[in-house]
Design a protein. Structure first.
Length: 735
């Protein structure tokens, strides 16, 4: 059976499920690989097994991954397992393999042999050039919106010629898309989405080429199959034809990229179209302790549309999941700091500790606490809060409010949001500045007498300057976001800009919480505290420090901060899963979308299974949102975790004792907020108090109106929504 005696050695150490997958007959299979179940090992060993047993050659196998990192890891593992030229194999990402295909068949593709690939920045530059040539102002069609539109259509397999327009704006976008394609063809360039689409179109229309590849590849292996989109699956089907065995490895419970076009339904379609009776399930987990897996299984079981599997482990039960309900987001962040320090004292490495959050805006309070406590951290797959584009734009306006001669700040926002001040005008200002030895602001003031758009910008900055010392810092920032048009710009741009809007809201929260006396005075001139601009200067100084300091150097260990989406594929010894409130995780927007809640639950499953040894789940009973204090109740996902695997950590009893979950118990905490005042009562109830209703379940009182003998309470019941109830008629119980 074996060409040599080394083949059976490949199978050593595989569990029965893995062995079944690796030695699957030469026919199509769907492998449901749970988190931490060794899917990469199965995939690479399957390839090695096919080669060693003579069922395939390096030229008859195609292996598709989603990242270059995964492709390189597979190449390295295969090179160590089998003595063959792995580089001769078609192994790479979808885009990488399509690029290889187009290079080989550039004439059939209508491309020059030297065609170039546009990265995202190059593509945006070409689009800006296109809009300028068509005399379309950026206020009419924003370049990034057009970029997103073009890429979305290509990823759906749609050319401009087949699109229909429901409105004049979309019609114009389609016309730009068609012109964009003409420019790319004329200049001999392709963007990333074009690599996939053109390869698919060639296979579809060229029967000789299609048959060549269908005859060549008798085994096609696909990693992370749950993340494939409509076009990628269609391309795979054309490559496979009716001959190749498609070996797809994935996990429907970890399909979390619907917003990118991923279609988890491709897994069901694969089973039907490739005649797969049942999936092979890898349920043995080698990553997490028992209690963590129990929680993950319990949460994901609440999803209806899944193929079904249940993770198990031979490892010990391990620590219970620590669930902490904080009064505020500030206390939640302090808890993370305290526990991180305790873990470090116990010998845990900082780079094996991760803090996860649902949206990027949540990182600001956590970053601030880590910074102030001298704990190094890294933002994985993103930027620190004060380094984010939209935040830097807002801070640039704030810098101009106290120092209009700041040329860098002026250049950043003189035409952002776009206000019709073109590159030529800015070049003229720079020339005048250099020739006359004055700042750009002075040049702008001089030019404002003749140029109306420059004059409008000058008036905007002057109005901001007049607010300094007259208004609180937070109100000045609110005014900047409104008057500059920043908020409106991100709100009206096509594409998902919710993260940017959330970050601008979080900047307002930062200003509300900021205390100038707590800032680093050594970074500011002497006696500046008497200056009306001192709060702004202190805030800007603090923002710059938080952006630049505590950045871990090369090789230095640091706590990892990231969104749950960015954490997929990673694992850590200890994980803090933060912001676990209803409406935050699951997100409020997802609850209104079809299939949104199930996708959020899959995201929760991914978050839980990132932890190897210890998992913390935290929530804040009140946090600052949109500049106002809001009350929250615990996420339904926490309620779905069996109580026997949770260890409840709460602040000691206070006047606000009833804020927490109905499972709250008293556990000692040394530090609590000391500025809570006795709250006003409404018919015996308080805002922020948890109550139980026979029909709607447990909720939190978020507003109240006194009606003398009774009160009208506005209560957030989580899954049941927000209800207004009169205490005279509603039978409410304190929790």
């Amino acid at each position: 059976m074996f060409p040599d005696q080394s083949a059976p050695n490949l199978l050593q150490g595989l569990n029965p499920e893995q062995l079944s997958a690796v030695t699957w007959p030469p026919q199509s299979a769907l492998v449901l690989a749970g988190a931490g179940s060794g899917k990469t090992r199965v995939l690479t060993t399957r390839i090695a097994w096919l080669l060693q047993t003579g069922q395939a050659s390096v030229h008859s196998i195609m292996a598709v991954t989603f990242t270059n990192k995964a492709a390189k890891e597979m190449q390295t593992r295969l090179g160590a397992m089998i003595p063959v030229n792995v580089r001769a194999m078609w192994l790479g990402t979808f885009h990488g393999l399509c690029h290889r295909f187009l290079r080989l068949h550039h004439r059939d593709a209508g491309l020059p042999s030297s065609f170039q690939i546009l990265d995202s920045g190059d593509q945006l530059s070409l689009i800006k050039r296109l809009l300028k040539s068509l005399n379309i102002a950026e206020e009419i069609i924003a370049p990034r919106s057009l970029q997103g539109f073009i890429n979305a259509q290509k990823e759906s397999g749609l050319r401009a010629s087949v699109l229909s327009a429901p409105d004049p704006h979309t019609s114009r976008m389609i016309e730009c898309y068609a012109e964009y394609d003409k420019i790319c063809q004329r200049e001999g360039v392709v963007d990333f989405a074009e690599l996939m689409l053109r390869s698919y179109e060639m296979l579809q229309s060229n029967e000789i080429l299609r048959q060549h590849y269908q005859n060549r590849f008798n085994h096609i292996l696909v990693d992370e199959f749950q993340d494939t989109n409509k076009l990628q699956y269609a391309w795979l089907k054309l490559m496979a034809g009716g001959n190749a065995a498609v070996f797809a490895v994935g996990d429907d419970d970890q399909s979390i990229y619907r917003f990118r076009g991923a279609n988890v339904g491709n897994m069901t379609a694969l089973m039907e179209e490739f005649h797969i009776d049942a999936p092979v399930k890898l349920e043995q987990n080698y990553r997490s302790v028992g209690n963590i897996l129990t929680a993950a299984n319990a949460v994901i079981e609440n999803n209806d549309e899944r193929l079904g599997k249940n993770l198990r482990t031979d490892a010990e039960a391990g620590d219970k999941i620590r669930y902490y309900s904080a009064f505020t987001d500030l206390e939640e962040a302090q808890f993370i700091v305290d526990e991180t320090k305790a873990l470090e004292r116990e010998g845990w490495d900082l780079d094996e500790i991760a803090v996860l959050y649902r949206s990027n805006a949540q990182s600001r309070v956590i970053e601030q606490s880590l910074f102030r406590n001298g704990i190094p951290y890294k933002i994985y797959g993103g930027l620190r809060f004060y380094e984010r584009q939209e935040v830097k734009h807002a801070l640039a306006y704030l810098r101009l409010a106290v120092n209009p001669d700041d040329d860098n700040a002026l250049l950043r926002v003189i035409n952002f949001p776009p206000r019709g001040i073109g590159a030529r005008t800015i070049e003229n200002l720079q020339t005048a500045s250099n020739e006359q030895g004055i700042t750009l602001w002075q040049a702008a003031c001089n030019a404002g007498a003749k140029a109306t758009k420059i004059a409008a910008f000058v008036r905007l900055i002057e109005a901001l300057r007049n607010q300094v010392g007259q208004m609180p810092l937070s109100e000045i920032i609110v005014g900047i976001l409104k008057d500059s048009g920043l908020t409106e710009h991100y709100r009206t741009q096509k594409g998902d800009n919710q993260d940017r809007l959330d970050n601008l809201d979080e900047l307002v929260n930062a200003a509300i919480e900021f205390k100038p006396e707590d800032s680093n005075f050594e970074t500011l001139p002497d006696n500046i505290s008497d200056d009306p601009a001192f709060p702004i200067l202190a805030f800007l100084s603090n923002a710059a420090l938080e952006s630049g300091e505590n950045q871990a150097g090369a090789g230095e260990k640091a706590v990892q901060l990231m969104t749950v989406h960015a954490a997929k594929g990673l694992e850590f010894n200890a994980v803090f899963l933060t912001g676990m409130e209803e409406g935050r995780f699951p997100s409020e927007m997802s609850l209104a979308e079809r299939g949104g809640l199930e996708e959020e639950r899959r995201l929760m499953y991914v978050a839980i299974t990132r932890a190897r040894k210890r998992l913390y789940i935290t929530m804040a009973q009140q946090r600052m949102l949109h500049g106002q204090t809001q009350f929250g109740i615990v996420s339904r996902f926490v309620e779905e975790i069996p109580p026997e695997v949770l260890h409840y950590l709460f602040v000691k009893k206070t006047a606000y004792d009833s804020y927490g979950s109905p499972r709250q118990t008293t556990v000692q905490r040394d530090k609590i907020l000391d500025d809570f005042k006795q709250p006003q009562t409404y018919a015996g109830f308080r805002i922020g108090q948890n109550v139980r209703h026979a029909k709607f379940g447990t909720g939190v009182i978020i507003d109240a109106v006194d009606k003398s003998e009774s009160a009208r309470l506005t209560i957030n019941f989580g899954k049941q929504g927000v209800k207004e109830l009169d205490t005279k008629f509603a039978k409410l119980e304190e929790v």
